[in-house]
Design a protein around this ligand. Structure first.
Ligand code: NCD
Length: 307
């Protein structure tokens, strides 16, 4: 179903397609944990990361290798011809002749879409500036499904909703599942108006506030994000909002007993390490789920005979 398609935005997926990725991911969990599989033997994934990454890069690499495939890595821009002035279009054209698919992360919004225009093979957006991060959304939904529930979900998206690409992508997908979404951010870091209006038009149930203590007792999931320091044009503005929210065990005393706390990671100081050992914390399992989910996506995109 997904064969030879680009994955640029969470809006490219229907609910049925997402459900099918999540179902495949579930069946692949034993392989993500080490059971042998050779479905992608001979297939190569190119990793083009122009911004720092730990989980996205390493879990794509793990996913490929767990299925018998391999990866090639452009490395830092300094080590490649990008430093000689080569364009993204040319780089992608060539990488597409070496590899069967390309994952790209880039500081500029829209760069994955540009790459897709020039690539002969599927392009997966691993994060384009403050734009989108669709594969993170798939693993976030998988986490919600496994650790909480996707039906009748009440979720708060917390932190940097302006620059945070994970929440941009996730909000669109949550709307497909009819979730009640509470947007919690400092006033200067609200979800962009365009996304709010898209979501409202699609009938999403949205509430906005800057006060997390108002909502912590009413939600099934807190999706906490880092304030995206690197996206601020002015670091004085960053310092004004840097420590807006901090989740501690004391703060969670009024939470529902089944509350799950998610975070795409890396965290800075928005979740105290003292929360890690509470039953609320699911963010490290969430990082692991990136492996079976990316395996599912790659298998559906690349496996031979999957027309
Ligand atoms: C996020 C990203 O890069 O957008 N990390 C990730 O992919 N897990 C979140 C962040 O950097 O804050």
């Amino acid at each position: 179903m997904l064969k030879r398609r680009h994955v640029l935005s969470s809006r490219d997926f229907s609910r049925e397609e997402i459900d099918s990725v999540l179902k495949t991911a579930e069946s692949l969990e034993p392989y993500a944990r080490g059971r042998r599989a050779g479905w992608l033997e001979g297939k190569i994934l190119a990793l083009l990361f122009f911004e720092p990454s730990t989980r996205t890069r390493m879990s794509f690499e793990t996913a490929m290798k767990r299925m018998g495939g391999s990866t090639i890595n452009l490395g830092s821009s300094e080590a490649s011809s990008i430093s000689k002035g080569e364009t993204l279009a040319d780089t992608v054209r060539v990488m597409g002749s070496y590899a069967d698919a390309i994952v790209i992360r880039h500081p500029k919004e829209g760069s994955a879409r540009l790459a897709a225009e020039f690539s002969p093979v599927p392009v997966l957006n691993g994060g384009d500036g403050a734009g989108h991060h669709p594969t993170q959304t798939l693993l976030d939904l998988y986490t919600i499904k496994k650790e909480s529930h996707l039906d009748d979900l009440s979720i708060a998206l917390v932190g940097d909703l302006k620059y945070g690409r994970t929440v941009h992508s996730l909000a669109y997908a949550l709307a497909l599942y009819g979730a009640e979404i509470t947007l919690v951010s400092p006033p200067s870091l609200r979800l962009p108006d365009q996304i709010i209006s898209d979501l409202s038009r699609s009938g999403a149930k949205l509430v906005e506030t800057s006060d997390l203590s108002e909502v912590v007792g009413d939600v099934d999931v807190l999706y906490v994000t880092r304030i995206q320091r690197e996206r601020f044009p002015d670091l004085v503005e960053y310092s004004k909002v840097a420590r807006s929210y901090r989740i501690t065990p004391e703060f969670l005393e009024r939470a529902r007993s089944g509350l799950k706390i998610m975070h795409p990671l890396p965290r800075v100081d928005e979740i105290s390490p003292a929360v890690d050992d509470t039953p609320h914390a699911v963010y490290f399992r969430q990082s692991f789920y990136g492996v079976p989910v990316r395996m599912a996506l790659l298998k559906m995109l690349l496996e031979a005979g999957q027309e």
